[in-house]
Design a protein around this ligand. Structure first.
Ligand SMILES: [Zn+2]
Length: 318
């Protein structure tokens, strides 16, 4: 769901909308709830609830299992570890109202079967608040927040710390992949500039994959790496072009070429230099157009992935 839809959903249900964290949180008919969205067409609602009646948990699981049948917008729903999770697909006004209707049915069921909001970790029913820990928003009690965000045993459940060394390896692999994509696109006669943006995205994905999660130094590393690798890609493309031209007229193999000398000659040659600078210019421009907003997004993500805060309180309404 785009932020616009999250905002509408929040307004219609008297909940709070946090644009910085792509988050809606608050109380829906007595139940503390958070709604997040990771893509344009998806949203995820979670509620931590518990019932004194032991049979109710099984009935709730059954009810949630069947929810997609009565509400086609619901992709999946389940109840595990005190948490009701409802994933939905859709966007726009229709998506928002379908989502609200499905969640209305869920809260109806919870009310009828004696469920109450509780802390995810200890099940406490009082002193609950919404917290954001490492980019994930959740309802819990103050003392569980302290132990989850502090240095206690519970911290092991939280996302792993980033490993910079492995992150560098991942980013290098990603950027090298971007370099290959650039050279390949060039061979098909297209402007390879867009691969400049791909380079940053690949590098960041590589960093995240091997390093555990993206952080601020990772974003900086990946940005520098894509700038350097773009320069490398332009030169590799030049080598390939020169080699293809030479092969046409002479019997040369790769080992016959002195790449250092070729690099010097090519950059000294007015015409070749202009062509390479033009490629580089287009590459950097397109990389900046796509890459800068992407890097900003990563920065935001890196920032909120490393926080542990209590979110502003919301008004209780029934
Ligand atoms: Zn607790």
């Amino acid at each position: 769901m785009p932020n616009k839809d999250l905002n509408t959903f929040a307004a219609q249900n008297s909940m709070l909308f946090d644009a910085k964290r792509n988050l809606v949180y608050g109380r829906l008919r007595g139940y503390d709830m958070t709604v997040t969205s990771s893509s344009k067409n998806e949203a995820l609602a979670t509620m931590n609830v518990e019932s004194a009646n032991a049979d109710s948990a099984e009935m709730l699981s059954q009810f949630l299992y069947l929810l997609p049948k009565s509400h086609p917008c619901v992709a999946f729903a389940h109840y595990q570890n005190r948490t009701v999770t409802v994933g939905m697909r859709g966007s726009g006004a229709a998506g928002v109202s379908a989502f609200s209707a499905a969640l209305g049915d869920v809260t109806n069921f919870l009310l009828q079967h004696g469920f109450a909001s509780c802390c995810r970790y200890c099940g406490a029913k009082t002193g609950l608040a919404a917290y954001s820990i490492n980019g994930k928003c959740d309802t819990m009690c103050e003392s569980c927040f302290q132990s989850v965000s502090g240095g206690s045993a519970a911290v092991a459940q939280e996302p792993k710390k980033s490993n910079f060394g492995l992150g560098v390896v991942g980013a290098l692999i990603g950027a090298a992949l971007g370099c290959v994509v650039w050279v390949l696109i060039y061979q098909f006669g297209y402007i390879a500039g867009i691969a400049g943006a791909a380079m940053l995205i690949f590098a960041a994905k590589g960093y995240e994959l091997l390093g555990g999660r993206i952080d601020v130094r990772g974003v900086i590393l990946c940005s520098i790496l894509s700038i350097v690798m773009l320069f490398v890609a332009v030169n590799v493309t030049m080598f390939v072009e020169v080699y293809k031209a030479l092969k046409e007229y002479y019997y040369v193999t790769l080992s016959d070429i002195d790449f250092v000398a070729l690099f010097r000659t090519a950059w000294a040659d007015g015409e070749l230099r202009r062509a390479m600078l033009a490629d580089l210019g287009v590459g950097y421009l397109l990389a900046a157009l796509v890459g800068v907003p992407y890097a900003m997004q990563l920065f935001k993500k890196a920032k909120y992935q490393a926080e542990a805060v209590r979110l502003p309180a919301y008004q209780i309404h029934e």
